[in-house]
Design a binder for this molecule. Structure first.
Ligand SMILES: Cc1cc2nc3c(=O)[nH]c(=O)nc-3n(C[C@H](O)[C@H](O)[C@H](O)COP(=O)(O)O)c2cc1C
Ligand code: SF4
Length: 437
């Protein structure tokens, strides 16, 4: 392995290893997880810069945005945290509470060293001394990560000790203020903000929270530079992203795609036609198959329709299912996942879930559609976190895209041939209601 040098043209250190060409970048080419020896062979050592802030300009030039859902520019968050008084804390967010997403677990399983490099580099960039990795509570995955961390401890790669924190299997567990509570040792319940987490997060310290994929992308950009990063994606949304794909025939999995790839290609809509496509998960939006078929995986295409790439979830609803029934299952799940800490979740979401369930089961009052619209307006932007807003976005898109099916249900009918659930809803244990840690 060659020693690290500095590329003056792009101001990034080069390990001497050739950058990955094409895809995948983040995931190993084969099915085997990339262990530390393979990681060092392919990517070389962690390319530390030598001091705080030195990486931030490179990340800005690359145009990296967060892969945890909101696509917020990563360099702006790094700068905001580095600018705070006090020593920051960095947390890698691998909670992945969204049932329709598998990409973070897949990444942590297959390429953990890229995520851990990213954590160390982000910590250096903001001047942090404490680093945590917050991971979906899955015993095999946690064990795997413990052994990866032990291997790295022997290699001298890590400048800061990384502590593993388990995230309860709840939709809200990855929301950044819930994460801060859990990392402090408490329950993964959202906080009432302000202050925002970047100002006062874990134990009152300024806290940088980045999705684990964002950190892995940051680790690659640090090595191979912004120009390389921009060879995939679009000018406005550069790079690749991990997507969890559910095709209408039940196939799919986690794929790494260039941003701007046609959705029809990712879901193989020509071979496996669908009636509608859910984009961005359970806080995302339904699109008709016709709409989805002419759009790409990019916020530039999706936002004008009220959708977003989010954490990269695409699910194609087969023609034989009922969109109203599927949506009612998801809204019920979302209502039950709230912590019930504020009014919209305590009163509004259960009412909305019950009304949609009655519509799905042909027991709705004539006022159901109007009621859903009114209650949606009442809960929107009234919660301490975005849970009610995301739930309402999903609901509204369902009522629009499945408008014909809604009318059929109001008249006592349903076009489904199969009622086998399509979208995943996790099975819960009897103590789930109180399981927040
Ligand atoms: C209800 C809710 C759940 C969330 N769950 C996750 C999650 O599981 N993983 C994640 O990375 N971000 C999640 N987020 C977003 C985080 O709050 C935070 O914005 C993100 O981790 C920042 O990382 P990024 O900028 O790298 O995307 C969630 C947000 C909300 C409102
Ligand atoms: S809006 Fe809902 S989910 Fe968010 S903190 Fe309040 S009760 Fe909890």
């Amino acid at each position: 392995m060659t020693a690290t040098t500095r590329d003056t043209a792009t101001d990034h250190p080069v390990t001497g290893n050739p950058p990955p060409s094409g895809l995948p970048r983040l995931l190993p080419a084969g099915s085997r997880p990339m262990d530390l020896a393979a990681h060092l062979r392919v990517h070389g050592k962690t390319p530390y810069r030598g001091g705080p802030r030195m990486l931030i300009h490179t990340i800005e030039s690359a145009g990296l945005t967060g892969r945890g859902g909101a696509a917020f520019p990563t360099h702006r968050k790094l700068t905001a945290v580095a600018d705070q008084k006090g020593t920051p804390v960095v947390v890698g967010n691998g909670a992945e509470g969204e049932p329709a997403s598998d990409k973070d677990k897949t990444l942590l399983w297959s390429s953990p060293n890229l995520v851990l490099d990213g954590l160390q580099l982000a910590a250096e960039a903001v001047g942090a001394r404490k680093v945590h990795l917050y991971v979906h509570r899955e015993p095999r995955l946690l064990q795997h990560l413990e052994s990866v961390l032990a291997q790295r401890a022997g290699s001298g790669l890590d400048r800061l000790r990384i502590s593993l924190v388990s995230a309860p299997p709840r939709f809200l567990a990855g929301e950044e203020s819930a994460l801060a509570n859990r990392v402090e040792g408490g329950a993964a319940l959202p906080r009432f903000t302000p202050p925002r987490i970047f100002e006062r997060g874990v134990n009152g310290a300024p806290t940088l929270v980045q999705n684990v994929e964002t950190l892995a992308q940051l680790a690659l950009i640090s090595r191979y530079g912004p120009a390389w990063f921009r060879t995939l994606g679009t000018e406005a949304e550069p790079g690749s992203m991990l997507t969890t794909v559910r095709q209408a025939d039940g196939g799919g999995g986690v794929a790494e795609a260039s941003i701007g790839t046609p959705i029809a290609e990712l879901l193989r809509l020509r071979e496996h036609p669908a009636q509608a496509v859910l984009v961005g998960g359970y806080h995302g939006a339904w699109l008709s198959a016709e709409q989805a078929g002419r759009l790409t995986l990019s916020n530039a295409d999706l936002r004008p329709l009220g959708a977003a790439v989010g954490a990269g979830i695409l699910a194609a609803l087969p023609a034989d299912r009922c969109g109203v029934v599927e949506s009612a299952r998801v809204v019920r799940y979302l209502a039950l996942e709230s912590a019930g800490q504020c009014g919209p979740c305590l009163n509004g979401l259960p009412l909305i879930a019950d009304t949609l369930a009655k519509l799905a089961n042909h027991r709705s009052a004539p006022s159901a559609r109007g009621d859903l619209a009114r209650w949606s307006r009442l809960v929107e932007r009234r919660g301490a976190c975005h849970h009610p807003d995301g739930t309402v976005r999903f609901l509204r898109s369902a009522l629009t895209v499945f408008a014909e099916e809604v009318r059929l249900h109001e008249a006592g009918g349903c076009s489904a041939i199969s009622y086998e659930p399509f979208l995943p809803i996790p099975a819960t244990s009897p103590d789930h209601k109180d399981d927040w840690s």
